[in-house]
Design a protein around this ligand. Structure first.
Ligand SMILES: [Zn+2]
Length: 212
């Protein structure tokens, strides 16, 4: 967790997992799950399933092994600009930590610089860093906002996440339109309602609000 952390390097170390993912252990576990379900792990369609699942976890959960320090080092520029920077409709794919089922959707992020800006193409990378983990949407939203805050110390940061949760759509209450909106407002976005409204107006304007 990055609460109370104002040092980018400490933050980077906490977020980064140096050990490689143990694909063999995942494969063995998936075989166990298949057997427990009542499946025949040796039937043709399933023979490669444990290794496919392991490799898909490697991709879907790649955020643990993305180096946040490298991301920060290459992406921060001194620029005299103090207006709102907005990046909207950033697609994300994550996995809910309660059920290990996907939740997917869009992230909208904004900040008002103090004296530094972050490379625009890096904002989607920051979203990947936090979404490609076992997550809850609320924490992911806060982490993205706090990461931008720690990285460039702007006047304020705003992040809104809209997500569709498979664990709600497919099981339990079976709500087929189980979308959830979360937001994190820091600095000026929290204190100043007109700043917050400017951002919220922008992300709702002209947007076809379909997540998938
Ligand atoms: Zn869930």
């Amino acid at each position: 967790m990055i609460d109370d952390c104002n040092d980018p390097l400490t933050l980077a170390a906490e977020l980064f997992c140096e050990d490689e993912m143990d694909l063999d252990a995942i494969e063995k576990s998936i075989s166990t799950v298949l057997t427990a379900i009542g499946e025949d792990v040796d039937r043709e369609g399933l023979i490669k399933t444990p290794s496919r699942v392991a490799r898909s976890y490697e991709e879907l959960l790649a955020g643990y092994r993305m180096d946040p320090k490298a991301l920060l080092n290459e992406a921060i520029f001194d620029v005299a600009y103090d207006q709102m920077v907005i990046v909207r409709d950033i697609e994300f794919y994550s996995m809910c930590e309660h059920h290990m089922l996907p939740f997917i959707g869009k992230v909208h992020a904004a900040y008002i610089p103090t004296d530094k800006v972050i490379g625009l193409s890096k904002i989607p990378r920051i979203v990947d860093l936090f979404s490609k983990r076992l997550q809850v949407q609320e924490r992911m939203t806060t982490q993205i906002a706090e990461f931008i805050e720690v990285a460039i110390k702007p006047q304020g940061v705003a992040v809104v996440v809209e997500g569709l949760h498979m664990c709600m759509m497919l099981r339990g209450v079976k709500k087929h339109d189980a979308r959830m909106t979360t937001s994190a407002m820091l600095g000026t976005f929290r204190k100043d309602m007109s700043t917050r409204m400017e951002f919220l107006d922008n992300i709702s304007r002209g947007a076809e609000r379909r997540l998938i």
